[in-house]
Design a protein around this ligand. Sequence first.
Ligand code: ARG
Length: 575
Amino acid sequence: MRKFATFEERLSSWTTDAMVSIFNLDGTDAKLGVSPTNNEKFGDYQCNAAMELARSLKKAPRQIAQEFIDQAELPDFVEKVEIAGPGFINFYLSNEALAEYVTAMGEDPMLGVEQVGEGKTVIIDYSSPNVAKPMHIGHIRSTVIGNSIDRLYRFRGFNVIADNHLGDWGTQFGLMLVGFRSFVDEAALEKAPVEELERIYVKSYNKSKEDEAWREKAKAELVKLQQGDPDNRALWGKFIELSIDEFNTIYDRLDVKFDLYRGESFYNDRLPKIIKALEERSLAKESDGALIVDLEEDEMPICIVRKSDGGYNYATTDLATVESRVEEFSPERIIYVTDERQQLHFKQFFAISRKLGMSANLVHVWFGLMRLPEATFSTREGNVIKLAALLDEAEARALEMVKANSPEMPEDKQKDLAKAIGIGAIKYADLSQNPQSLVTFTWEKALNMEGNSAPYLQYAYARISSVSDKYKVQFPEENLDAYSINIEHDIERKLAVKLTRFPAAVQAAAENYRPNIMADYLYELAQTYSSFYQNVPFLKADKGPRESRIRLCQATAKVLQQGLSLLGIETRERI
Ligand code: ARG
């Protein structure tokens, strides 16, 4: 077994082997492993195999459980075993084994998290806003959720390629080109580029509805752009550059970094080839002048891959993108993070790429739209949330909190702290929810110091850090490494058990693409720590238990800090 095999893994493999040998089970598909319990009344891990086997062994589950514990020789990390209810087998880990695991985990830079991703590439396609349009709430959630998934995969050793698949191609650029040349307000463009580009687009679009000549002009400019006309290319390039610059100021504030910014246009040259491949395999057919893929056998509506005017579709670009990514990076998986409205699109092109024999595992992680109490944000309703303004307000509100709590702190420190808390609060409000549920954002919840929020966890982290700092001041001569962790009290035990479950929480959050699993874990850890802190003395304890508790504190701090960083949330030692 690996050094950091979890207790769940070790115990599962032990119960499975023991069950097989005691009951001569060959080739059973019953689940013989254990799962973690949520209540210490039922031990630390529970095995349900006795119920699973009752039928095939023709015995009562409790009898199976009894025979099992009479005959099995317990592994050394188990202290005791009990039968409960209809035949559950409950395992209690020994305090020594727990202490040893937490000590080793605390000393490991990866905190016991196995590097399962070594040698594997994962592409995560997230944020992906559209050029010349402000990011809407869907892009913001994609950025925050996608970035946390990115961090979780990197932490597990995967080679992650974060790719911002910008919407930088399409018919709207014809209107943009003519609109820009007639309506641009240079001063406004300087001040708020994307806002000005959006204004130009809306104006040009409205004009095209009434003015046939304008419409024709836009179409002609679009064709010129597609054919590589240098002036139009240059202006289009400027739209992209201005947009990326502005998006980057937001990414910087959110501490989000991309490895690639390959917009849709990057895949343009490949589109005819995709059409050809579809035709060669008889996957596409003509319908009313358009080229479509029939997805009836997949129980989905048809997918248009080339419009009757010869233009290509969103799906065609995505097919070309998969092909290009597979060719260049051989990813084990490609993960796409968008809002729920794109579910059909992804299902369709995933099905088509399977038919084309593309090899990567394609995953669509979707989330619901976020609501503010007043309204749901959506560009379509012209109700664009100004992300920069939201972040400003978060920092301003956090600064008030910091000033009230720490009036004596120097101002630059207060501001730095307010930034970590404000941005953290916005991210956590998003990440702590099941992505697929409807989230209602409120400032009260996001900044609540007592509840499940980023500030609560950040304060918990700072309090823990200050305990261990005080220890160093009071006992400068002690060498903590010379003491081991000892578990005496129930609450110490509870904290240790919680700490040993960090690697499993990382795994579950990553494999299910649900950062909220990590948030839940951290919140429970902070609560467990807080009752530990209130129930046993630390600095006033006797030498020995005192050092053991400080080491437990330090392990908790490391896990909290690392866990928050997997959510993209910063911590500070002082609050
Ligand atoms: N630009 C798209 C939008 O704003 C999102 C792109 C998502 N990624 C993809 N490969 N389709 O809706």
